[in-house]
Design a protein. Structure first.
Length: 497
């Protein structure tokens, strides 16, 4: 199961084929106050425009080339992002920001100018929009025989929004009146314009050629198309979104945070309804790409990012961040940071462990407190209980790595590999200077620096012999607390003798 399960697929366009989806993503987004283009800001593991494309793609998932993103500001960054995350999607360039009507015209030109079928226009900064809502819009458009259909929503407070004025008998849209121009009775209307539309492709192309620029901004407004088509006798209709929050645009960091909370709640709700226990949704954050299996448990303060997957009965948290990490069935991960790791079934990690990319834990393996691992395979039943670093290593089955051990993998220029066999017992405070191999069943003594291979079944001792220098403290630290304590102990021992 996924934290973001797909909606039912299909064109949603009745008998009229979907011709194209035009995504408007050319604006600068100055209110974000960022060097990053607005549509590339991240929201639950996906860019704003990425969310829009995911929803739009559900209209015709087999033909991504019907999706056209109109780029403008920082178009090199946006185009590069699309190439890496949405292959097959087309781009059109709006070199100058001459309004939404002009942007749509640039999108249609990318498709050859006039297209036959339904054209859906969406904004690239509406990440909460769902595929189901766009399907409803397209179905309403063709089912009602509209020339254009507006996606609307009924909001608790419509202040500042354009009001949808309908014909009382037919329900057709007769006007979109901006708040500042609305009468008292029109201001009482709670149905507002979202800026998302479905058009008849041929009528749209013709009407765009008639849009004027005699307005305060000197731009081509897409909303003018509605009046042009209505005056020509064509029907303008509307489809109402089930949740008004879907149409919310992102213009600043406050709205971005608000959208993140809404989307996160949506993802967690889907996960919980599918059989996942989320102990505290308010402190749990997940990306849209995270997946779960039944009976997984997520404790408070947990962040699940990227392609992370929790297996059946896996238990994660509290205070854990996993990125691109797989947690096997029945495994336990506690107070841990992991990136690009694989935790095997019934394995145990933490608390306070750090699993770096390339870490692979086998069945019932353990990585304990204050242990860091990197690019290492740790076999079934093997334990690294505490205070150790394991990098660039292969450890076999049912071995035990003593506390405060370090796999010394870097010589200042290159990384080297350490191999520890199965059923090995290594002592505390060991240094394994790679490249080195510890054979199956071998032991190493505490405090050893292992620089040579250890044959199977051997005990390796690599440390200096202990030498006690009697009276050193009295001679070198006379009068010190240590000297007084030693002298007192000597007197007591002498008296007892």
């Amino acid at each position: 199961m996924s934290a973001n399960p797909p909606q039912a697929l299909g064109s949603g366009a009745g008998d009229t084929p979907l011709a194209a989806v035009v995504v408007l993503a050319a604006g600068e987004g100055t209110r974000m106050k960022s060097a990053t283009p607005k549509v590339l800001h991240d929201l639950c593991g996906r860019s704003l425009v990425g969310h829009v494309l995911a929803a739009a793609g559900e209209l015709d998932p087999e033909h991504p080339d019907k999706l056209v993103v109109v780029v403008g500001h920082a178009r090199e960054k946006v185009t590069a992002h699309l190439a890496g995350t949405a292959p097959g999607v087309r781009t059109a360039v709006q070199a100058e920001q001459n309004g939404t009507g002009h942007a749509v015209r640039m999108g249609l030109e990318e498709l050859g100018g006039v297209v036959d079928g339904t054209v859906v226009v969406v904004c690239g900064d509406t990440p909460l929009l769902t595929g189901a809502t766009l399907q409803k819009l397209a179905a309403t458009h063709t089912g009602d025989g509209n020339a254009v259909t507006v996606l609307t929503a009924e909001v608790p407070d419509a202040t500042g929004y354009g009001r949808i004025v309908r014909d009382n008998v037919s329900g057709a849209v007769t006007a979109i009146v901006e708040h500042k121009d609305a009468s008292d009775s029109q201001r009482a209307i709670r149905e507002i314009n979202s800026g998302v539309f479905a058009f008849d492709g041929q009528l749209l192309a013709d009407a765009l050629g008639k849009v004027r620029t005699d307005n305060s901004q000197g731009e081509e407004y897409l909303t003018d198309v509605l009046g042009i088509l209505r005056e020509a006798g064509h029907r303008v209709g509307a489809a109402v979104a089930g949740d008004h929050r879907e149409i919310a645009g992102i213009n600043n960091r406050v709205q971005l945070a608000e959208a993140r909370r809404i989307l996160n709640d949506r993802l967690l709700r889907d996960a919980m309804l599918a059989g996942v226990t989320v102990v505290d949704p308010a402190s749990t954050w997940v990306d849209v790409t995270v997946t779960f299996e039944q009976d997984a448990i997520v404790h408070p303060g947990t962040q699940l990012q990227g392609a992370t997957h929790l297996g059946e009965g896996a238990e994660v948290g509290p205070n854990t961040r996993l990125n691109d990490t797989t947690v096997g069935a029945g495994a336990r991960v506690d107070n841990t940071v992991a990136n690009g790791a694989e935790v095997g079934p019934q394995a145990n990690v933490g608390p306070y462990a750090y699993l770096r990319p390339g870490t692979r834990l086998g069945l019932k393996a353990k990585v304990g407190t204050y242990v860091e691992t990197k690019n290492s395979s740790i076999g079934e039943g093997t334990k690294i209980p505490h205070l150790s670093y394991v990098g660039d290593a292969t450890i076999g089955e049912y071995s035990n790595i003593g506390a405060a051990s370090v796999f010394v993998n870097y010589d200042g220029e290159a990384k080297h590999h350490t191999t520890v066999g199965s059923h090995c017992k290594t002592g505390s405070d060991n240094m394994f200077v790679a490249p080195v191999t510890i054979g199956d069943g071998a032991y190493t003594a505490a405090g050893s620096v292992i620089t040579k291979d250890v044959p199977p079944g051997s005990l390796a001792v690599a440390r200096g012999q202990q030498r006690n220098i009697e009276g050193w403290v009295a001679r070198k630290r006379p009068g010190s607390a240590a000297a007084r304590a030693a002298e007192a102990t000597s007197r007591e021992a002498g008296g007892e003798s």
